[in-house]
Design a binder for this molecule. Structure first.
Ligand code: GDG
Length: 466
């Protein structure tokens, strides 16, 4: 089996004065590595550095094949077409997508390089699983080079409604690229339907939302909601050392009655600013007081080479400064803001320490943080405030669902979560825990691969939340 993703699942880190290779953080890696454990896997992707970067032949049992990118390609393919055209366009255009022909040419040529790398490395008849928006042309290119392969594609981010997708000047080749796969998977049924509809309208494909006939072949389309490694999270959250760390964290925060938590890549789609504004207003109107409540916001550095992300960071840090300037007391900030990533044990300890988890993206394919919080709450306490515009909201119906554009609604939801009756909170959390136990990341990978292989599956419906 060959996995193809923009990045290899490893990164170079310094520990105790020496350089090591570690598994990298981020949604795709944290979802895929446990799901693939035990299978012989080759992973093809960019190592995250210049053309001269040398990566180990394997790490954690995964064979690694680097695809180099030069500086111009990094600018045009990665920062440009992937992150300044597709990323905003596919996330409801919450920022204006930029369309530049040079970026598109780089996207075509880099997709071709990935396809060639797979064509050279894959065994006869191998299964190839292509991931995400950076590589949408790979399925068609690869099929032309290696018709013997079975090709699956999974999109981790939303697929936009027609009205937005049609803006893309290269909408036809992108659709044709995806239709080169045997199976095209999305996080939610809405995204799968958006794709099928636009494929029928633009390319004249026929068929239903689950099987399309195109170019003399059948392409299956379906929703495969990604999930988390629930058993591993339960194990960590049950570890006495992690639980002790959670208690210690609460002490260090000044033993407030209520700890609120946000954990996100620093990205303008995650709605971190809405959350900070709402919290500021709740301190202002006395619904929250510093002696009672504290917000911890982890903002993991992301795409720091992109000016939009640098601006977003400045904007958030200004908001944090405003809330803290007005509502902190000496030695007791109202908002603890960390622009850094934390170790997984520390992350789980934070989930355990938090009474209220705030997940407020303007649009998000799934959002694993929401599911991780639920999986970690082993005593079934805690409340989740969750944006309606995340894929996770379709399964976690017992969260306190919010429209993050509606500041008053967001404030009401946070007030509701803070004051939630413990019995009701436990009942809600139990039902959400059932969802993530039944449908974990292993089940996700299994259902995708089963549909890719047996030809009969049409994707899975989200699990029954009851
Ligand atoms: C994309 C889609 C989709 C975060 N901070 C730390 C840390 N993380 C881990 C979380 C979680 C992952 O990163 C973030 O995943 P999300 O799903 O929340 O968001 P994206 O990165 O935008 O992921 C998303 C996902 O792909 C999978 O398909 O759900 O919709 O946008 O696992 O725990 N991990 C550690 N330290 C941190 O500080 N160790």
């Amino acid at each position: 089996m060959v996995v193809v993703a923009n990045r290899l699942p490893v990164r170079r880190v310094e520990r105790d004065g020496e350089m090591h290779w570690d598994l990298s953080p981020g949604g795709l890696v944290s979802a895929l590595t446990p799901a693939l454990a035990g299978r012989p896997v080759m992973w093809i992707g960019w190592p995250g550095g210049g053309v001269e970067m040398i990566v180990p032949a394997q790490h954690a049992g995964i064979e690694l094949r680097p695809v180099p990118l030069d500086d111009a390609e990094f600018e045009e393919f990665y920062l440009g077409f992937s992150n300044a055209t597709l990323w905003p366009l596919y996330h409801d255009a919450v920022r204006s997508p930029a369309f530049h022909r040079e970026w598109w040419y780089a996207y075509v040529s880099v997709n071709d390089r990935y396809a060639r790398a797979v064509a050279e490395a894959a065994a006869p008849g191998a299964t190839v699983w292509v991931h995400d928006y950076q590589l949408q042309l790979v399925p068609k290119m690869l099929r032309a080079m290696r018709p013997d392969l079975r090709i699956g594609f999974f999109l981790h981010i939303p697929f936009p409604p027609q009205e937005l997708f049609l803006q893309l000047p290269w909408r036809r080749p992108v659709l044709e690229g995806l239709l080169g796969a045997d199976l095209v998977g999305f996080q939610v049924q809405g995204a799968a339907s958006n794709f099928s509809r636009v494929a029928r309208r633009l390319l004249g494909a026929s068929g239903t939302d689950t099987v399309l006939d195109y170019d003399g072949r059948q392409v299956r389309v379906g929703a495969f909601p990604i999930s988390v490694d629930t058993a591993a999270l339960i194990k960590r959250a049950s570890d006495p050392a992690v639980q002790a760390r959670a208690r210690q964290l609460r002490d260090e925060l000044g033993s407030p009655e209520v700890v609120l938590l946000g954990v996100d890549r620093l990205d303008y789609t995650k709605g971190i600013d809405r959350r900070l504004i709402a919290i500021g207003e709740l301190f202002a109107d006395g619904s929250l007081t510093r002696s009672r409540a504290v917000l911890v916001q982890i903002a993991v550095p992301s795409r720091e080479d992109d000016p939009h992300y640098r601006q977003e960071r400045e904007h958030l840090e200004q908001l944090v400064g405003e809330v803290n300037g007005s509502y902190s007391t000496v030695g007791h900030p109202a908002v603890h803001y960390l622009y850094q990533s934390v170790e997984l044990d520390e992350l789980v300890a934070l989930y355990l320490a938090a009474d209220v988890m705030l997940v407020t993206p303007l649009r998000d394919g799934m959002n694993l943080v929401a599911k991780e919080y639920v999986a970690s709450r082993v005593d079934a306490s805690g409340a989740l405030v969750l944006s309606e515009f995340t894929g996770a909201a379709q399964e976690l119906r017992d969260a306190i669902l919010v429209n993050p554009h509606d500041l008053d609604g967001l404030k009401t939801a946070i007030r509701h979560a803070v004051g939630l009756d413990p019995n009701e909170g436990t009942a809600r959390m139990r039902r959400m825990r059932r969802v993530v136990r039944r449908h974990d990341v292993q089940a996700w990978a299994k259902s995708f691969l089963a549909a890719l292989h047996d030809g009969g599956g049409h994707g899975v419906a989200p699990p029954d939340p009851g």
